[in-house]
Design a protein around this ligand. Sequence first.
Ligand code: PMP
Length: 361
Amino acid sequence: MTPAQPTVRPPLSPRDDVALMDGYHSPQVDVAVRLNTNESPHPPPAAWREALAAELADVAWHRYPDRAALGLRRAIGELHAVGPEQVLAANGSNEVLQTLLLAYGGAGRTAATFEPTYALHSHIARITGTDVAVGERTDDLALDLEEVGRVLATAEPAITFLCSPNNPTGGVETEETVRSVVDMAPGLVVVDEAYGQFAPWSALAVVDDGTPLAVTRTYSKTWSMAGARLGYLVGPAWLVADLEKVVLPYHLDVVKQAAGRLALEYRDEMEARVAEVIEERGRVVAVLGGLDVDVWPSGANFVLFRPRTRRGETVWQGLLDRSVLVRNCASWPRLDDCLRVTIGTRAEDDAFLAALAEVLG
Ligand code: PMP
């Protein structure tokens, strides 16, 4: 439930640009089948819970946590064959994005996005006072390198955001595309790989100290730890050193540091969950193919689709009436009537597909 808003407000205003902003809106509704926020359908392994509980039994609660989060960063670095100096961890990859914008964006600087893409890239940019240059995608929602070149040449962004697989379209950028954007960009290129493990390749392969490229990842999806709020970035050591200047001291609590470090010991289990979701995605896409909807190819744990003869809003409400919550993408630029469904368990997906068939008549 949303807390009641105060009816009397003292004569105080936020910054003019903040006063004009909309907050983040994605309904949190109590339903039987929740397929709206791209979480993992399975919890992390029981052995991880036990290891975490054992470690927490010994925590020195009266002391601040390791400010550099070195154990966590070392473990993430080992996972990606880089040193801890190339890793920045934060409270969800959203905080990683905010940190990037605080350090490299801000007043008088611009960030470029190619819409439709993850809404928080432009939203956090604006919160940090960064101007946003918006580029278009092709009619099939793919990145258009000519358009990218035009936007980068005109806006000269300090940060260019790519998202691969792209939320909400599901499209995966190729290595050639990422390298071309890095070559064209006058500033930093950030590839948001929140769904990276579902894709056939990763821009992590392009990261090195001589390249102005950072790749962001999250524990919220494939690691089944959305509740922990943990994300990270892999990039050049000089970039991480810059970002460390703007994060708040001790921003990563002791529980999160332990949870993230221990999770990486269960990589096989994570990969098994990813494989299951990819297989299930194939099945859902095949069934959607037989319904009256257009479907975009996805390299992620969600699928974007558009009912051909019904309003998206009506279909979204019809699903909700059947206790199935998907994401209504109507508020996204260029995605009128589109809906995005997260791949869940087989039972959840069956419930969604049956409800959708019923709503579409
Ligand atoms: N990037 C993308 C593309 C996402 O879809 C999300 C989550 N919806 C995030 C970043 C943020 O993830 P986190 O939970 O790590 O803040």
